[in-house]
Design a protein around this ligand. Structure first.
Ligand SMILES: *Cc1c(COP(=O)(O)O)cnc(C)c1O
Length: 374
């Protein structure tokens, strides 16, 4: 039997050697390799500043704090995302305001944002879900009109673009993650992008215990965090980053096979709008209501295939359900459906066309098997 996990990080021997070189250097945390990664990514993304941190959650947390968002403020986010997108809003004492998604792109339905804007709204935090840019041109226009900040949660979407402009370069901040479930990884790690020198300075102080070197002498000017990245992580991430463009091209080929092999089945397949590229952090489909998605995940596991639900309908997770008591199936029907019936399938460098053929053949067999019906 074949074994095809949902995700396998593409760590090559050359990446490992980069990490070993850091260990031999004796300089382990936030040193020359972190600086090098920051420079490489700010150039690649066309932004003035890129700040490395410990995770994609710490980048979002720092972004909200640096913008002064807190108690009494509202932040607009999609109802479907990884739960960290909402957690950071709660962590600064603000209120997440959920907006439904579109079922073909799984991104926030931008046409539904305006009706959620109130006098308390401070920011829009769109997510570039599964590696595809949200409708950033429209969202930036809306934010400008209403005087709102924009923080792009690009955790899954390094390399994604709208009209050839990289995600992370649209908003006040762009946030990226290097968790092993993302396209390239440092084990953990994050990058925050901004074009503002003032915000860049503030974030760098907050990430490192509130330390500032202004006017030559070191002092502690904020009650800061330790949200630093290590040089081992930075070396590992930068080494993989050099292959990322070719990795995205290859994953688009694999996504093409999925689309081809699944074209004759009753499924919602991901769509790629013409003005965007997809980086395929996840190949996410939605199965019909009569299928018990969790039984399907187990049935695929029996054939050696790793799959999972793609993202949470956040307002229906216990903490948010208890606190806000929203009926997601009514208020966010698309996010609810994508959560309940959504399925993330394997897509990464190590897979071949034959692997995709195997996954889709097994998936079709299981979809026809009555044991997985609701
Ligand atoms: C992974 C992810 C995060 C969190 O990133 P970490 O590096 O794991 O903290 C936040 N938002 C989204 C959309 C994600 O996919």
């Amino acid at each position: 039997m074949k074994t095809i996990p949902l995700m396998v990080p593409a760590i090559l021997e050359e990446d490992i050697q980069e990490v070993i070189a850091v260990l031999r250097s004796g300089y382990l945390v936030q040193g020359p390799r972190v600086l090098s990664l920051e420079n490489t990514l700010s150039k690649a993304l066309g932004v003035k500043h890129a700040i490395a941190t410990s995770s994609g959650t710490s980048t979002l947390h720092l972004a909200l704090i640096a913008l002064g968002i807190g108690s009494g403020d509202e932040v607009i986010i999609p109802a479907l995302s990884y739960v960290a997108t909402a957690n950071v809003v709660e962590l600064v004492g603000a209120t997440p305001v959920f907006v439904d998604i579109k079922l073909d792109t799984f991104n926030i339905d931008a046409s539904k944002i305006a009706s959620k804007i109130t006098s308390r709204t401070k920011a829009i935090m769109p997510v570039h879900e599964f590696g595809l840019a949200a409708d950033m041109t429209y969202i930036m226009q809306l934010a400008e009109k209403h005087g709102l900040f924009v923080i792009e949660d690009a955790a899954c979407a390094l390399g994604a673009k709208e009209n050839e402009k990289p995600v992370g370069s649209f908003g006040d901040f762009g946030s990226f993650s290097f968790h092993p479930r993302k396209a390239i990884t440092g084990g953990e790690g994050g990058i925050l992008t901004t074009n503002s020198a003032q915000l860049d300075e503030k974030i760098k102080i907050l990430r490192n215990h509130g330390i500032s070197y202004e006017s030559g002498a070191m002092d502690f000017v904020e009650a800061g965090f330790n949200y630093r990245m290590t040089d081992m992580q930075a070396a590992l991430i930068e080494s993989q980053f050099h292959r990322m463009s070719s990795q995205i091209i290859y994953k688009n080929e694999l996504a093409g096979y999925y689309e081809q092999y699944l074209s004759d089945v009753d499924l919602i397949l991901p769509k790629v709008p013409e003005n965007k590229n997809h980086t395929w952090q996840t190949y996410h489909i939605v199965v019909p209501e009569e299928i018990d998605r969790d039984k399907l995940i187990n049935a695929l596991k029996e054939e050696g295939i790793g799959s999972n639900y793609g993202a949470q309908c956040i307002p229906s997770m216990k903490f948010y359900q208890d606190k806000y008591q929203l009926d997601s199936s009514v208020a966010f029907p698309n996010a609810w459906k994508a959560y309940k019936q959504g399925l993330a399938l394997p897509i990464y460098e190590k897979l071949s066309r034959a692997d995709i053929s195997y996954v889709t053949t097994q998936l079709k067999r299981k979809l026809e098997s009555h044991s997985i019906f609701v």
